[in-house]
Design a protein around this ligand. Structure first.
Ligand SMILES: *[C@@H]1O[C@H](CO)[C@@H](O)[C@H](O)[C@H]1NC(C)=O
Length: 388
């Protein structure tokens, strides 16, 4: 029996609708930037929009729901993931109505002019010892936010997410041996269960810089910076890695697969390299920051997958748009920006600043000394050394 055109179109529409219902797409292309604002000297949000549009950036993340920022992006076409701060999680977890009023106040009024495409519920909660009180409220908070969005019929527009640090992974090398830390598993698994139901990816903050900084003696800087090097070999998967960024993403895929979520996509919610640091922060320099961010940009532009997931193009948000002068911690923390606080470029990777900069010189062909290439070390291991 032949299907009539009516039924054909019905099935077509139905199948498209099914796919859309599963996933609110929160990412266009492969390159995004985190727009952090822990500073008192930044250009106005409107200037930030000008800068991002000139750079043709299509995706940003912000860490709050600042109304001036959300208004500035009205009509910009730039897709935004907003942050539901850690301090709100407990409140959101007890009550769906509270999540509803937060969304009605901070998300819904800005749609559709401001393209809010995601809500990041908390940031790096699991595995953070400082926030252990929040481990158990993360999932209920995410569920309440999702249910409130559902009641407003916004789940196809706004994706619920929760970015993790690499601290959620157990000490393991090579990438294929990565697992979730035992004490996070009771919280991680139900969270993954929920995110897999609603079609939300796994968001990871992945920093080759932190791995390098924790063990500069044994990690080849070129491996961390996407430069030509021997790379590492994963004997179990028989895969070769020529850069740490890809290895860190595949470590996340390996951990997810072992936890029973082999189909979940991994998206890098933060990655970056600081252009300055303290004496103790090995690798923090303008030269290395420029090399990392320039090569990262080229790597993402290829729209290629990783060795273990070759068909899933890697998507990442760079950290960060600006240097942020009020961030606590080591000097590196205040120097992750692609741009300085005055809007000029921190170094040249092909973007244009709001004003000319002394750093605006063509990419130099600097010489690497490359003395340490013995043990090349990837994945979660080195990072744990740093965090715990
Ligand atoms: C966004 O811009 C449109 C068109 O100018 C306007 O109608 C709308 O009120 C604006 N939205 C907000 C939240 O300011």
């Amino acid at each position: 029996m032949a299907l009539s055109p009516f039924w054909l179109s019905f099935f077509l529409v139905f199948s498209i609708a099914t796919v859309n219902a599963l996933t609110a797409q929160a990412f266009t292309g492969t390159y995004g930037i985190n727009y952090g604002r822990v500073a008192d000297n930044l250009p106005s949000p409107k200037s930030a929009v000008t800068l991002l549009k000139a750079a043709k950036i299509k995706n940003i993340r912000i860490y709050d729901v600042n109304h001036e920022v959300l208004t500035a992006f009205n009509g910009s076409g730039i897709e935004i993931v907003v942050g539901l701060g850690d301090d709100f999680l407990t409140e959101m977890s007890v009550n769906e109505d509270r999540a509803m009023s937060w969304i009605k106040e901070n998300v819904q009024p800005f749609l559709p002019g401001t393209s809010i495409r995601g809500i990041a519920v908390g940031n790096e909660i699991l595995a953070s010892k400082d926030r252990q009180d929040l481990w158990e409220v993360l999932l209920p908070a995410a569920k309440n936010v999702y249910n409130a969005l559902d009641r407003l019929d916004l789940t196809k527009v706004v994706q619920v997410q929760s970015p993790h640090s690499q601290g959620v992974f157990a000490n393991s090398f090579p990438p294929s041996s990565c697992t979730f830390k035992e004490d996070t598993v009771p919280y991680m698994k139900p969270l993954l269960q929920f995110f897999s139901q609603i079609g939300s990816p796994f968001f990871i903050n992945a920093y080759p810089f932190l791995a390098y900084m924790s063990d500069p003696e044994h990690i080849d800087l070129k491996y961390a910076l996407f430069q030509s090097n021997r790379g590492i070999y994963d004997a179990k998967t028989k895969l070769h890695y020529d850069n740490m960024f890809d290895a860190q993403i595949d470590a996340a895929y390996a951990a997810l697969e072992k936890a029973g979520f082999g189909n979940m996509e991994v998206i890098v919610s933060e990655t970056g390299w600081p252009s300055r640091g303290d004496e103790s922060e090995a690798g923090a320099s303008v030269k290395n920051a420029r090399t990392y961010n320039n090569n990262l940009r080229k790597r993402l532009a290829k729209k290629k997958g990783t060795p273990y997931r070759p068909k899933i193009p890697v998507k990442a948000y760079v950290f960060a748009l600006f240097n942020e002068n009020l961030k606590p911690g080591g000097t590196s923390e205040r120097n992750f920006g692609l741009f300085k606080a005055d809007g000029s470029i921190a170094y040249d990777i092909g973007f244009t600043g709001l004003k000319p900069s002394s750093a605006a010189s063509p990419l130099l062909s600097f010489k690497e000394t490359g003395s340490s290439y013995t043990l090349v070390f990837a994945s979660c291991a080195a990072i744990l050394l740093l965090i715990f």
